[in-house]
Design a protein around this ligand. Structure first.
Ligand SMILES: [Zn+2]
Length: 137
């Protein structure tokens, strides 16, 4: 962490980016809550129940994803406060400005991100359906 350290300008840039992301997400979740409340105000006149259920689950899924992303954004902002933003969670090497610009909530360097994704794929590979990566020859 010597010559590869991030400049204060870069950290500032990332902080602004993350804060605007956070504002956007908070705003959106407020809107979603208002919509839910409006719906609750008019009970008993649902025309098509199955349609409403579908719309509901889409909305909840979206909110889950937003909530997950929001917690990542908050984590990143905390790291900025602590001064360890931009370093890999596993090897403590700098993640790199280019990668952080593309993905400001990144917690892992490319190497360890790829490793984590390989782990995840192995985890999900429990049903060997039509696709088998193993070449049994
Ligand atoms: Zn790493």
């Amino acid at each position: 962490m010597t010559d590869q350290d991030y400049s204060p300008e870069f950290i500032d840039e990332m902080r602004q980016l993350l804060e605007s992301k956070r504002a956007e997400l908070v705003n959106r979740s407020k809107l979603a809550r208002n919509e839910l409340r409006d719906r609750d105000d008019s009970p008993g006149d649902s025309i098509d129940e199955s349609n409403e259920e579908q719309g509901m689950s889409t909305e909840l899924r979206l909110k889950d994803r937003d909530r997950y992303f929001l917690s990542n954004v908050n984590d990143a902002l905390e790291r900025i406060e602590d001064g360890d933003y931009g370093y890999c969670d596993v090897c403590y090497e700098p993640i790199g400005e280019g990668r952080l610009r593309a993905r400001p909530t990144a917690l892992l360097c490319i190497e360890h991100k790829e490793e984590a994704e390989r782990e995840e794929r192995r985890h999900h590979a429990k049903n060997p359906g039509m696709f088998s990566p193993v070449n049994r020859s």
